[in-house]
Design a protein around this ligand. Structure first.
Ligand SMILES: O=C(O)CCC(=O)C(=O)O
Length: 253
């Protein structure tokens, strides 16, 4: 049975701007995904680097379309997309998904930002969008796990500017937010997930450890928020949501 989030969890998501869901995918499923991803040449070939403010590079492979891959099956899964509809209270569609490749010792930081800091410029009228980060490797403070500021999505959209190759949030506001709100390190085991609102301030440190930190981030927009500008990410198109059996079959289980 797919894990179905509860009303209480939905309330928590709207209160905090994020929700950590332990074991959204089980050990076998994540082991399969890990093996598939790490031997997937296309990911390595397509991944491109983004420099942080200190010049360290983190790689990511972004997909704007859904193919027949297991990553696409996860994007379509009830556990991710179905729960996302429950949290955002509307039909959702696939905005994009990306494998984040934070390699041992070299993987750079992601600077403080809101995803809506980027997506606003793509003609999305409302911040009614969110992402689900699924831990493929274990994510710890040592290998640069995701950090979020609890409740920061209530601040609304913050000005963003260039920092390294990335777009970062106005640091004066981030500083004050950090004085007033709680900083949370999202340490995750493989298969754990964090759903986070597009206005939630988040970042991650460089990976100074010996351990890789790969994660799959599935990003969704809502049907009522169809962008009014063209961008590299798609407009509304219906998303077929798959049951567990179909998702597991696509993982080869
Ligand atoms: O992978 C990470 O640590 C952060 C990624 C991120 O901030 C994003 O994709 O918006």
């Amino acid at each position: 049975m797919a894990k179905q989030l509860t009303e209480r969890e939905k309330e928590q998501f709207h209160q905090d701007g994020f929700l950590i869901v332990p074991a959204l995918f089980n050990k076998d499923e994540m082991l399969q995904l890990l093996q598939i991803a790490k031997s997937d040449r296309a990911i390595l070939e397509d991944a491109y680097a983004k420099k942080d403010a200190a010049g360290n590079e983190s790689k990511l492979a972004v997909r704007n379309e859904l193919d027949h891959s297991p990553y696409a099956a996860i994007v379509r899964s009830k556990r991710v997309a179905g729960n996302m509809e429950f949290l955002l209270q509307d039909e959702v569609y696939h905005y994009h998904h990306k494998m984040m490749l934070k390699e041992p010792k070299v993987g750079g930081a992601w600077e403080w930002h809101q995803d809506y800091g980027y997506w606003y410029n793509n003609g999305c009228l409302y911040p009614d969008m969110a992402s689900c980060m699924l831990a493929v490797d274990q994510a710890t403070q040592a290998n640069g796990c995701l950090q979020v500021i609890r409740g920061s999505h209530h601040m609304g959209r913050i000005e963003h500017g260039k920092t390294g190759d990335q777009t970062g949030a106005d640091l004066q506001r981030v500083e004050v937010a950090l004085q007033r709100l709680e900083l949370v390190f999202c340490e995750l085991n493989p298969g754990d997930a964090v759903f986070f609102h597009s206005n939630t301030l988040h970042r991650s440190d460089r990976n100074g450890s010996e351990h890789p930190r790969w994660s799959l981030i599935c990003c969704y927009n809502t049907r009522h928020n169809d962008p009014f500008l063209p961008s590299k990410h798609p407009n509304y198109h219906p998303l077929e949501i798959w049951d567990e059996q179909r998702v597991r079959a696509s993982l080869g289980i």
